[in-house]
Design a protein around this ligand. Structure first.
Ligand code: AMP
Length: 576
């Protein structure tokens, strides 16, 4: 039904469809599993688990094991090498996505196909329909900070790129954006440019050229928006000169980008004066986005999970504009849409679309996970409000009972489908002995300590961490890049505050008996996180999907090296 709406997109019909799917989520899940198994039951992978044509959830759960990416890697590699395109799916896989693989420092291959593309559009349309009820937009454009990754061919000749790149390249994407009245104001040459610094420059320039038409400022992950406006602070004068003179800065060297931008640029001193005066009227860049793009209705992008640390800066740039948090998914497939756009990003939830995959949830309550044994997964409609789970995905692209690695909390239900809050990555743990601190714990500790900088009008630009076991006992190292240069005393206080803010009982007791050494705060030179971003982009990651690694594993040598070379000062906690 949804495919037919591409040209005449009726948000109310999309809402009606989602309401109906979510009212009967249990039945839709069973039918979805059946469809997946009907399409793919004959594959080498599923044949190997002895389903013998059965497609019911009980047989599926009994026969097919829970897996991680590493279990499926040999199959995916064979697909990529062109040896067995159908070992996971009935229809051959012809495209590979690179997921970010942030912690391990190495992107992972996952299969991509038309069904994933379709579910991506279904998610986009569903959340847009609900969003548009609360924040209607007219005809206009979106300033989208989206970038393509490098695309390449695998050994077997399959196209490979990040999932977002596969989506942006698909004709369906543009059609859907037009149908949602938010075509991107930048030409394709900018989105698919080979150098993201140049693409970013031109995105900003296009935004200014179409400043009155921009209705929405967005990106996949909020980091890209903050990164864009931090860059704007540095380069705005050059942008204004380009507009005034109608010529493109010589720092843009990619010929197709220059050609595409030449079609948009003409001398416009009036616009240059307006932009200049808007910027001059700002205090410390507060409300920059609102001033630059006066027709903007909201700012949109994923703002939850590892994006939360950028919210403060984003709010600063946004002024009074609402921040609307985008949907929940991954390169492996989408999960839920934000159908409550009025919730602030801190409490945003995602209603699971029960027809895009078959979802299971491993309860994480400690009493259910005794003696190293994991609790049994429960179905989509059997989850309980208030409980945390690890999510398992079975989809139309060859993943069966696949650990996505994310921890979610059920906040309630939309009809009978759960509304999930993203909590953290399950494996992102700072741990030395009995202590366990997640990405969220680190974020809270950094937030608490960064408060101490606020009095000096300084901020933590970005942060990460690692466990240092080179000395006995081991200790946590937290790395900060700061917007200015605070005094040693203040940083020592921040370091103590960080140490005290990890309140996990295992950490606390270990610190008290010195089974864990004093927390170390290392200050990084300006631009270090840009170097980390450049490193990931060089590996084939897309800026669109970039997430700063919050905990750097011991195997991630290059990032550890960048951190070590760029550390300028170091403090050890005296809190215990
Ligand atoms: P990628 O590997 O680039 O496909 O990123 C997928 C991962 O990004 C997910 O497994 C989550 O950990 C994270 N992610 C995606 N959407 C959200 C969201 N709405 N909130 C928080 N984290 C998200």
């Amino acid at each position: 039904m949804l495919e037919k709406m591409d040209d005449r997109f009726d948000p109310e019909a999309v809402i009606e469809e989602f309401e109906s799917l979510s009212r009967d989520a249990g039945r839709v899940q069973r039918e979805t599993l059946q469809k997946i198994l009907d399409e793919n039951g004959e594959t080498e992978y599923l044949q190997g688990w002895g389903l013998n044509g059965r497609t019911d959830p009980d047989s599926f759960n009994d026969c097919v094991p829970i897996v991680s990416h590493s279990d499926l890697e040999p199959y995916i590699q064979r697909i990529a090498d062109g040896n067995s395109p159908c070992c996971l799916t009935g229809k051959p896989i012809t495209t590979i996505s690179l997921s970010s693989g942030t912690t391990q420092g190495k992107p992972k291959f996952v299969p991509f196909n038309d069904e994933l593309m379709e579910s991506t559009m279904q998610i986009y349309k569903t959340s847009f329909a609900y969003r548009n009820r609360e924040y209607p937009i007219g005809n206009g454009k979106a300033l989208q900070f989206i970038y393509s990754s490098k695309q390449f061919k695998t050994k077997g000749g399959l196209a490979a790129g990040t999932a977002t790149t596969n989506v942006y390249r698909n004709a369906q994407f543009k059609k859907t954006m037009r149908a949602m009245q938010t075509p991107c104001c930048s030409p394709d040459e900018v989105i698919f440019g080979p150098d993201f610094h140049q693409s970013l420059y031109c995105h900003l320039l296009c935004g200014l050229i179409f400043r009155d038409e921009v209705q929405v400022v967005s990106s996949t992950f909020a980091h890209s928006i903050v990164h864009a406006f931090r860059t704007f602070e540095q380069i705005w004068e050059e942008l204004v000169t380009d507009i005034r003179e109608g010529t493109l800065s010589s720092c843009i060297t990619v010929p197709p980008i220059r050609a595409a931008m030449a079609k948009l640029l003409e001398p416009d001193p009036e616009l240059a004066d307006t932009v200049y005066s808007k910027i001059s009227g700002l205090s410390n860049w507060y409300g920059l986005i609102q001033e630059l793009f006066p027709s903007t209705k909201y700012i949109y992008g994923i703002m939850t999970g590892s994006m939360e640390p950028y919210l403060k800066k984003l709010r600063h740039y946004a002024g009074e504009l609402p921040l609307l948090s985008a949907d929940y998914g991954s390169s492996e497939g989408w999960i839920g849409a934000n159908v409550n756009p009025k919730l602030t990003p801190e409490v945003a939830t995602f209603a699971v679309l029960p027809n895009i995959g078959y979802f299971e949830f491993i309860p994480l309550r400690e009493d259910l996970n005794r003696q190293g044994q994991e609790a049994k997964p429960v179905g989509l409609t059997d989850v309980k409000t208030g409980e945390e789970y690890e999510i398992l995905v079975t989809n139309f692209a060859g993943l069966y009972r696949y650990r996505l690695g994310d921890v979610v909390k059920v906040k309630g239900f939309h009809n009978s489908t759960p509304e999930l809050q993203f909590i953290c990555r399950r494996n992102l743990l700072l741990t030395i002995n009995i202590d366990k601190n997640t990405e969220k714990d680190l974020q809270l500790a950094v937030e608490a300590a960064a408060q101490l900088l606020a009095g000096e009008k300084l901020e933590v630009v970005d942060f990460t961490s690692r466990v240092d076991l080179s000395m006995d006992p081991g200790h946590y190292v937290v790395f900060w890049e700061i917007s200015g240069d605070p005094q040693d005393e203040l940083l020592q206080e921040c370091c103590n505050c960080l140490d005290r803010s990890f309140v996990d009982a295992g950490y606390l007791s270990s610190r008290k008996v010195r089974a864990i050494g004093a927390l170390e705060l290392r200050i990084l030179r300006k631009g270090t996180f840009h170097k980390i971003l450049d490193h990931y982009v060089g590996l084939g990651a897309a800026v669109s999907q970039f997430k700063t690694p919050r905990c750097v594993g011991p195997a991630n040598n290059t990032v550890l090296q960048i951190l070590s070379v760029n550390a300028s000062r170091s403090y050890f906690s005296t809190a215990y």
